[in-house]
Design a protein around this ligand. Sequence first.
Ligand code: XMP
Length: 514
Amino acid sequence: MRPDTILIFDFGSQYSHLIARRVRENKVYSEILPYDATVEDIINLSERLNIKGLILSGGPLSVYREDSPKIDKRILELGLPVLGICYGHQLLAYMYGGVVKPAERGEYGITYVNIVKPVGVLEGLNSRERVWMSHSDAVYTLPEEFEVLAYTDNCPVAAFRHKNKSIFGVQWHPEVIHTENGMLLLRNFIFKVCSCQQNWELGDFIKRAIDYVKDVVGDGKAVIALSGGVDSTVATVIAMKAIGKRLTAVFVDHGFLRDGDLEFVKEFFGRMDINLVIVDAKERFFNRLKGIVDPEVKRRVIGEEFIRVFEEVAERVGAEYLIQGTIYPDRIESGFRRLSDRIKSHHNVAGIPSRIKFKAIVEPLADLYKDEVREVAKRLGLPDEVVHKQPFPGPGLAVRIIGGVTPEKVEIVRKADKIVREEVERAGLHKSLWQYFAVLTNTLSTGVKGDARAYGYVVAVRIVESKDAMTANFARIPYELLEKIATRIVNEIPEVVRVVYDITNKPPSTIEWE
Ligand code: XMP
């Protein structure tokens, strides 16, 4: 069945994923496309998807700049309903002949918008709406065939529609939670304008994923890199159900694992009928990291060494196929985000194969968001411990030690991490948090322990809420809990004299410190 689908054209906004997720939250499938996708791409996609509407995302550039990204006009002529958001709103106005120029005053954050005509995507909205804006350009005039639906003090055309076609633009961001009636606006577009059916269900996903792996691998052999995280665990279980003992799961202990990671994998998969290879590569990784302080170099070196270890096993077992737990945001990030900066190189995203040639790479989870993977984990009957596991970066604790990595420092951050996890989980907060961990800073500080001067490390505690890691807020957890964590860390880890809590959001900070 081809699910009803909304395609999102990505003009480089940090929120493109959020739009896609919001659509899926309504049980309607969505995919993100690069802004320069062609009509042919759309036609090809329609073999698999029943495309019902297009959303043009926000983006950092100005539409009137020569080099700014534009959508192929032929796509707009396909007759599909279109909703432009922020840059997408300006782009539609501009491409149809309206005037877009720098606003006299930009609007950033909460803004009040006056709705003059609550029709189309604005149906049911109040005459004054609290919305979230972030723009320095604005639409000033519209061509004949368009009409203004809303304005603000600084933005004469905050929303518009085409008089006879299903084309809408809104300057604000309905996808962010700060826009009070944002979901209503999106639902108007999805259901009233595009007439989508709610037919995106995870229901038969597991069966489809197993069939897909069976189909590609046939009677061949495959390997999978297993980290014990929710994505690779779910992918491994699916692959195992598909090809049984022709699968080899490879777990690489690079020395930067958390307390209990290795034991979990041994214990959990030990109960299953699976080929599991555990490689103790600690010494190799520590040797490679000697003298390295730059976070990106660290990531690259760890990534390379990981590939080497993995290749050695894959060659040994003679696997022709590589199965990966890549999920949708990974696919998009590494695929075609032409406009967004490379913020960090995530090693599992760069892709494992280098020298060894696989017949094919199989990614059964490549269409799913993290919360959807968790749902699949639940449906597979995996325990809560797996379903609610917090994400952990491929390079592990090495990127939670600022600067040089030594076994002693890993030991310190590992102990601190264990305390943070224990306390957060004991307080029962973990299910509502995205991540909670400790970072070993390279700052030394003075303290007093047992009446004597102590000089030691500063540990930072990072606890964040997030939906998909693209944006995150520091968690407002109770002071008492923070105090308990801090007290335990300084008492139980002699090398640490001070604990600080990270109260920055993403953006501008990233979740991990390196
Ligand atoms: P940042 O720090 O960029 O992280 O805000 C976003 C999410 O990605 C995780 N992360 C990684 N995951 N390999 C991974 O598999 C990596 O190199 C890596 N770096 C960051 C991070 O924990 C957060 O969930």
